[in-house]
Design a protein around this ligand. Structure first.
Ligand SMILES: Cc1cc2nc3c(=O)[nH]c(=O)nc-3n(C[C@H](O)[C@H](O)[C@H](O)COP(=O)(O)O)c2cc1C
Length: 323
């Protein structure tokens, strides 16, 4: 399949693995890229620019295909050393960056001067247009279904993708709720030129996370995610568990008075314990509604080649058959 996204990133298939905290390590990024998609290392999971440089080198050892680094611009007071991370990306010879969170505007000159292609992930048409206006090469349009931070507009992809198609000139991929060939073909019918997957890629053989995490996704249905932190305007879609129920109880009890400090035990620093140690009740972790479509733990190669094979069949047989 050839789209502006495959051309832009020099990849075989229009499938991207989005940055994921404590999941997007070199093993997963390399496996996705080796399978013909675009794998992504999550920059901020690495504690320092030097650690990111090391992770990039590990990924180069595992693949000679293009891969990306995710830079998430957080609404925090003490900002991470973004210039240092960008230097590690440039010096590591990485040519693609996925930005997310706040606008990457401040860092665009450094990225563009280094010839890096930037895909900005955002949850609204207005933010996608802003990304286009500041020189991003593509956007990842993240619908309300998505695992992680869906923003505060709550527009699902059935509306968001065609709205983006109507407004944007740069190419975009559909993100949020994408799992299989049906997702890809539907997203492309709605105007996208590829898809970005998060949750689906966690339940793969190569994802470097504890097996409990993969099994939790396989066991979950589309009814099992919850939105937390809405009162803080930092909404996150997570898989329900004991910690999430505690957060929701506090949100209901404290209402507008809720402070981040009230839920810090359930959300801060919990990722290593969940992703690496498999302690599934210890805190809130991002997971998409798409868990309801995930029933197995294939290799990235099996997943991606299966999607592309089924997508071709869907287009040539099922859809063409209706004409
Ligand atoms: C466990 C997990 C961690 C994530 N961490 C990040 C992150 O650090 N930065 C980011 O930009 N997106 C992050 N995301 C969002 C994904 O990159 C992607 O946009 C999202 O998962 C797409 O929705 P889906 O899960 O329905 O495929 C995360 C998602 C998950 C499931």
């Amino acid at each position: 399949m050839k789209t502006r996204i495959t051309e832009l990133f020099g990849i075989q298939h229009p499938i991207i693995q989005g940055g994921m905290h404590f999941v997007g390590l070199a093993e997963l990024a390399a496996a996705v890229s080796n399978a013909g998609g675009l794998g992504t290392i999550t920059g901020l999971t690495q504690r320092s620019p030097a650690d990111l440089a090391n992770e990039i080198a590990r990924c180069h050892d595992m693949t000679d295909k293009p891969f990306a680094v995710n830079l998430t611009f957080l609404p925090t007071v003490s900002s991470p050393d973004y210039p240092g991370y960008i230097k590690a990306i440039i010096e590591g010879g990485v040519k693609h960056v996925e930005t997310a969170g706040r606008s990457p505007e401040k860092y665009m000159p450094a990225l563009k001067d280094a010839g890096i292609k930037v895909i900005h992930k955002c949850t609204s048409v207005r933010h996608a247009l802003k990304a286009q206006s500041i020189g991003c090469d593509a956007v990842s349009v993240d619908g309300f279904e998505c695992g992680g931070h869906p923003g505060e507009d709550d527009i699902p992809n059935m509306i968001l993708l065609p709205r983006a198609a109507d407004e944007l000139e740069i190419p975009f991929v559909a993100s949020g709720g994408m799992a299989d060939a049906r997702s890809l073909v539907a997203a492309m019918a709605l105007g996208a030129e590829g898809m970005n997957m998060g949750t689906r890629f966690i339940a793969t053989q190569e994802a470097p996370v504890h097996d409990n995490v993969k099994q939790a996704i396989v066991a979950a249905s589309e009814l099992d995610t919850r939105l937390v932190m809405r009162p803080l305007r930092n909404t996150e879609r997570v898989l329900n568990n004991a910690a999430v129920e505690r957060i929701i109880e506090k949100e209901q009890r404290l209402g507008k008075d809720l402070q981040f400090s009230d839920i810090i035990d359930e959300v801060a620093g919990v990722y290593p314990r969940i992703m690496q140690e498999g302690d599934m009740e210890v805190g809130a972790w991002s997971c998409g509604m798409v868990a309801g479509l995930i029933h197995d733990v294939p290799t990235c190669e099996q997943l991606i080649s299966g999607i592309m094979r089924d997508a071709e069949q869907l287009i040539r047989q099922r859809l063409a058959g209706f004409l």
